[in-house]
Design a protein around this ligand. Structure first.
Ligand code: PBG
Length: 332
């Protein structure tokens, strides 16, 4: 007779049993696909640091949207790359700016696609910082409160163009409250805010900055994005944003910050989103190209880890592939 009482392997012994006892269940409707739109016409440019990802002029976005909808991915996050950049990022809140035109086209043609916009100034400023730069003493920094006004204008212009949700990623203090107030004043009380509340100053954004031409021309983002040594500070940011009216809290990057996804899931009662950023995508692509890893399996593990940590929304450049794996029952 066997002496063992506990045999955890029992529940792993067949594929049917393993499927039955899966603890993490996911669905393609929880995926967000990040997409870059740029000024100009009739151009689709591959981003060299993000092979397989492109910048689309607004008139060229249709096939990608259709491809995503067909794959079961029904949410996108739009990032705008304007031709003209200036000190105050005025194309971010221009009525005929690239994002405003993209949102309006996509929502008119594909109302079933949920369109979320990234609200930030760094893609639009000549200096590449996420707000208005000021001289504080002999040091250049981003002026928090002056930036808030521009973020309000940006968010309202996105909502006016038809965006379903706005996602501030600038990390200014008080931006969620300011944006909520501006949206409400303009009649957009039903437009939710997904706050990138827990956003670390990270080199994982490197390829994105190449894609958007948004690397800061001086200094770095450490006076507004968080120091990655800090956990309690991330909780503070998340709680403040919920208090200011954030409907969803995002943790970013995803893979190296899963502890934060778990923390935020524990301490808030709003949905938690994890954003697997450009550097995560680029690492997988590069290692796969060398034949060093099996990309598909790694993509699955990365995705499941975010949900297992507590995310109920996952933003990723691999959204289409993951939707397919979910449909096949490989994960989820
Ligand atoms: C804008 C913004 C960035 C990302 C999302 N929104 C860049 C940054 O903060 O430098 C990064 C996304 C990615 O790497 O995929 N502030």
């Amino acid at each position: 007779m066997s002496e063992l009482i506990y045999r955890p392997r029992r529940l792993r012994s067949t594929p049917m049993l393993r499927r039955l006892v899966r603890e993490t269940r996911m669905d393609p409707s929880s995926l967000i696909y990040p997409m870059f739109v740029t000024d100009g016409q009739n151009r689709t440019e591959e981003i060299s640091a993000l092979p397989g990802q492109f910048r689309y002029t607004v008139d060229m976005t249709d096939p990608k949207i259709e491809e995503m909808l067909e794959a079961g991915v029904s949410s996108i996050m739009l990032f705008g790359i304007p031709d003209e950049k200036d000190e105050r990022g005025s194309q971010a809140y221009a009525e005929d700016g690239v994002i405003q035109r993209a949102v309006s086209r996509i929502k008119n043609k594909y109302p079933e696609m949920l369109v979320i916009t990234d609200v930030c100034l760094c893609e639009y400023t000549s200096h590449g910082h996420c707000g208005v730069v000021c001289k504080c003493g002999n040091r250049c920094d981003v002026d928090n409160d002056k930036t808030l006004e521009l973020l309000q204008k940006t968010a309202v212009s996105h909502a006016a163009a038809g965006a379903d949700m706005v996602a501030p990623s600038d990390m200014m203090d008080g931006r969620v409250g300011a944006i909520r107030e501006a949206l409400d004043e303009n009649g957009f009380t039903n437009i939710p805010i997904m706050s990138y509340a827990v956003k670390y100053a990270s080199s994982f954004y490197g390829p994105f900055r190449e894609a958007a031409g948004s690397a800061p021309s001086f200094g770095d983002r450490r006076s507004y994005q968080m120091d990655y040594h800090n956990r309690r500070e991330g909780i503070k940011e998340a709680l403040l944003d919920v208090e200011e009216g954030a409907d969803i809290i995002m943790v970013k990057p995803a893979m190296a910050y899963l502890d934060m996804t778990r923390e935020i899931h524990e301490v808030t009662d709003v949905p938690v989103a994890a954003y697997s950023v450009s550097g995560e995508y680029a690492m997988v692509k590069a290692a796969a190209e060398k034949g060093w890893i099996d990309a598909d399996s790694i993509i699955c593990e990365m995705a499941v880890s975010a949900y297992r940590a507590g995310a109920s929304i996952y933003e990723t450049y691999f959204a289409k592939e993951i939707a397919q794996f979910m449909k096949e029952g490989r994960i989820g």
